[in-house]
Design a protein around this ligand. Structure first.
Ligand code: ATP
Ligand code: MG
Ligand code: MG
Ligand code: MG
Length: 562
């Protein structure tokens, strides 16, 4: 590519409003330009990097057995109403209306679309498991778009969705994605960590975020210095969890427990089968485990809360009553397999109980329908928001430290939340219809480009790792008016191109200083400089990272660049 006619509008000064290095450098090196708040064009150089990151993601997805496809960005509102997220997603969902007054969402994520496809086209257990993915533009009307492409309102995401017969299958599919994510971020050379995350609005249980450790990260990670424990501190003290539908479930059972139990004892004790259980929550009150059961009947539109306090059972019935008692807090979606509306109230109820009732009274409680590892994992219960530097780690090994992180990837076990809401079923080997068990897995491809820059720059500009550099080699004719330099540079350009090397050739009639400054800013790892010694056939090879310069004869160049 000849630089004289290639669009790389570099800037000498730091553009106003760009607060972090990656944003500044992406603008200054001519990778991106802004159209509106959180909306960016990737110019040719930026687009090449984006494509390289995308390709690494694609290769690892393909290796894991996932199948690439492409879904529409424009999604009918009906699908989002079926899942309950037309309301629950809130203002972040971009909505458009067509000329016939039909409503649509601009996809911020694709659980609804993919579930509807699988609902219509997958019938039998023989077709499962299956993981589908796409790399596609997403839209989110972020409250605070900022930091360039780190938090855009239109951005590139890889999103994958797994479909399994049962939860054991989901565990395997999740594991495969987790492994693929490790490979992707390792190949990108990022300093990252997989951390336990809050299942939040996705309504899942097991969920991990892949965090690039960085001072500009918007999330805070608490991690142990002596174990693998690492979690996003936004994990709430009450960790809502989904219940796997259990075929062998019988009547609701209540179990007496002694008054004082450690979490470990409780978790060994709790092997009870659920029945119509929306969620069971174990939480800490004054360092004691307390259990709350929320159960309900979707068809009857009924929700019940049961919680034993001083031998007195609190019970609430019907959605309406729950609504009245708890008031309305928007923005919640509950666990898998439950219509979002009902979940909203389940979550309110839990909040209410935990904040309002349980505080002081925890002498006696019943334990209902709880299954350790299925309903909770012990490490997730600590209120990490109040944890201090140097506190013991929740897993009992080492002490806690903090670090900021950029969330570049996220894996969720969704369970049957979407398949039940949208009716995606398969027939098992006995011909019985069962909800498909799902997982969902995202990577912020454009965000990752910025994260790579945050880890790879110096005072002169970007220092690309070779794997995502926009070009392999930056060839510079130092003085193009010098015929010998120009013709040697042209010859090298031709040779490198012929052997498939990606070359950016600076053939501009600019001063050497300008060319070097631009080359540093753009950050291609290897530079071939054709200067005064061109007449003797010698060129300079400069390494962007170390600044090291070697003199090489043009005949040896091919070998050196191998
Ligand atoms: P965040 O907490 O940063 O808002 P999220 O948890 O809302 O992200 P997910 O729904 O998990 O995001 O989406 C999957 C991935 O998409 C994220 O891990 C992140 O890398 C990327 N992503 C999410 N929002 C944005 C955004 N506004 N701009 C760029 N990338 C984003
Ligand atoms: Mg978000
Ligand atoms: Mg997040
Ligand atoms: Mg996330």
């Amino acid at each position: 590519m000849k630089q004289s006619t290639y669009l790389i509008p570099t800037l000498r000064d730091i553009p106003s409003g760009a607060d972090i290095v990656s944003h500044q450098l992406m603008l200054r090196a001519g990778l991106i330009r802004q159209s509106a708040a959180g909306v960016y064009s990737f110019l040719p150089l930026g687009w090449r990097v984006l494509r390289k990151v995308e390709q690494i993601v694609r290769e690892e997805m393909d290796r894991s057995g996932a199948q690439e496809m492409l879904m529409p960005s424009i999604q009918p509102a009906e699908l989002w109403k079926e899942s309950g997220r037309w309301e629950a997603y809130g203002e972040e969902l971009m909505r458009v209306t067509d000329r016939h007054n039909r409503e649509f969402a601009l996809g911020p994520t694709h659980e609804e679309v993919i579930t509807s496809i699988v609902r219509d086209d997958v019938r039998s257990y023989k077709e499962l498991p299956m993981t589908l993915y796409q790399i596609q533009t997403k839209f989110r009307d972020e409250r605070r778009p900022r930091f360039g492409v780190l938090r855009g309102r239109e951005f590139l995401m890889k999103d994958a969705y797994s479909f399994d017969k049962d939860f054991e299958g989901l565990d395997e599919s999740y594991e495969k994605m987790y492994t693929a994510y490790n490979s992707i971020f390792s190949r990108l050379g990022l300093n990252f960590r997989a951390v336990i995350a809050d299942s939040g609005a996705m309504g899942g249980k097991d969920t991990h975020e892949f965090m690039v450790l960085s001072n500009v990260g918007e999330d805070t990670i608490a991690y142990s210095d002596a174990s693998d424990f690492a979690a996003n501190i936004e994990i709430a003290p009450v960790n809502a969890s989904y219940d796997k539908p259990d075929e062998a479930a019988g009547e609701l059972r209540e179990v007496e427990t002694p008054e004082q139990r450690t979490i470990e004892e409780v978790s060994r004790f709790l092997d009870v089968k659920p029945e119509k259980c929306i969620k069971s929550i174990l939480f800490m009150a004054d360092n004691e485990p307390v259990l709350l059961l929320v159960r309900g009947d979707h068809e009857a539109n009924e929700i019940k809360l049961k919680h034993e306090l001083n031998a007195e059972t609190v019970e609430m019935a019907t959605e309406q009553q729950t609504k009245e008692i708890l008031g309305s807090v928007p923005g919640f979606i509950g666990p898998a397999g439950v219509p979002a509306e009902l979940n909203v109230y389940a979550d309110h109820a839990v909040e209410y109980i935990v904040n309002g009732v349980c505080g002081a009274n925890k002498e006696k409680f019943h334990l209902l329908n709880v299954n350790p590892e299925r309903d909770f994992s012990v490490t997730a219960f600590k209120d990490l928001r109040s944890i201090q530097e140097g506190d013991p780690s929740p897993d009992g090994r080492g002490v806690i430290h903090f670090k900021e992180g950029i969330e570049v990837g996220h894996v969720f076990k969704l369970g049957t939340k979407y398949s039940e809401a949208l009716g995606a079923e398969y027939l098992n080997d006995q011909g019985k219809a069962k909800p498909i068990v799902m997982g969902s897995y995202g990577i912020g491809v454009s965000r990752t480009v910025a994260a790579v820059i945050e880890e790879n720059y110096d005072e002169n500009g970007i220092v690309w790792p070779a794997c995502v550099s926009p070009f392999d080699v930056h060839l510079i004719a130092i003085n193009v008016k010098q015929e010998e330099q120009r013709s040697l540079a042209e010859k090298i350009y031709g040779t490198l191109q012929a052997r498939g090397t990606e070359v950016l050739y600076d053939d501009r009639p600019e001063r050497a200083g300008v060319k070097f400054k631009d080359a540093d800013l753009i950050g291609i790892p290897l530079r071939v400089q054709v200067g005064k010694k061109a007449s003797e056939g010698f060129v300079e090879l400069k390494h962007r990272k170390t600044g090291e310069v070697e003199e090489v004869h043009v005949d040896e160049l091919s070998d050196v660049l191998e």
